[in-house]
Design a binder for this molecule. Sequence first.
Ligand SMILES: CC(C)(COP(=O)(O)OP(=O)(O)OC[C@H]1O[C@@H](n2cnc3c(N)ncnc32)[C@H](O)[C@@H]1OP(=O)(O)O)[C@@H](O)C(=O)NCCC(=O)NCCS
Length: 365
Amino acid sequence: MHLRTATPDDVPSLYDLWDRAFDAPLMVPVYETDDGRLDRTHVAVDPLHGGVVGSVYWTPREVGGPDCDTLRAGGVANVATAPEARGRGLVRTLLSRAVEQMGRDGTDVALLFTGTPDVYRSSGFETFDVPLRRGAPRTLRDAATRAVDGLAAESSRPHAPGDAPSEPGAPPSGAADDAPLTVRTDRLPGVPWPAWSVALGWEQLARLHGAFDVASGGPRPLATRRAAEHWERRIPLWYSGAEVFTARAASGEVVGYLVLEPGRDPLKVRELGVDPAAERAGEVVDALARTTLQRARHHDSPVVEVRLPAHPLTERFAAAVLDAPTPGTDTTGMLRPVRTGADVVAGLREATAAGVGFHWPGDYL
Ligand SMILES: CC(C)(COP(=O)(O)OP(=O)(O)OC[C@H]1O[C@@H](n2cnc3c(N)ncnc32)[C@H](O)[C@@H]1OP(=O)(O)O)[C@@H](O)C(=O)NCCC(=O)NCCS
């Protein structure tokens, strides 16, 4: 077996391998957003027919560290062995070559998501926990009552840092001096992307995402620091099966956004963006919670899944959306040290288990 990085000539048999191993229509389009992909794709090539029979790909990301710092992470994906070559340690060998290359490249930790963690344990990866909640969607009437009650209750206690101050006792639409917020549907699945336009530029979402992805004054642990090229190239692909909504002030300014992955069971909340320091942040969250309930009703979804980082605003969102939620844990993520010590990975695992550390679904690769 020849072990090396991929060349342009390998691409047809590489894509054929992935086509046979995965049912993942976004795999190749997302892979092709990475200009340096072939040099980080480790392949096993059959010396007889020259076809690719094994692959491991990784891509670099800047992510939040456990202590308000940033780390270089290597995201591992597209891991496959052809059926006739399985069970011979091929993927273990390719992972080891990929991790060696990450080390030479200055990578601190390796990160992946999988439904089969046992493939990766012998290569030094450990799972990390991400808390989530699932529950039946509240009725819209119930949510509206809770929003008014929430504002009344809020007036009787001091504001915690990051909390959304609101006008005491005022109904949601009349809070502060501004006109009511509106929520606009910016895209539904099936509409060809790119949808960034004059009406919705990615910069409007990036500002809110950046403001929300802060924990203890530094970058949120494990969250990818999204650069312009991410917003322009791969985020639209990740959102291509999603619904995107924006909350707008009367001026048209985007003050919040919501990404939902529609499905009957469950409807998944993939992303919530709001500036926690904004005066109307609580009101924005309530408006986006009502939109979530409208979409749950539209899709006839009996269950909504809220997987968001821990924050008073996401607590408020979950409380407005879910009736009698059941806590759960997403254990599909795995980490291993590359150039850092085990303590750094332990710190990241602790942060994600507490819900402070987080990796958004749209950032994996
Ligand atoms: C999973 C897959 C990549 C394994 O490839 P492989 O070359 O046979 O794996 P290896 O022989 O190197 O085995 C590596 C380890 O994975 C384990 N393993 C292999 N297939 C596994 C599976 N389906 N589930 C759980 N563990 C598995 C092996 O027992 C071995 O464990 P060990 O190192 O503790 O002894 C291959 O079966 C495949 O391509 N499957 C379809 C695509 C897929 O599921 N990719 C992974 C998605 S995250």
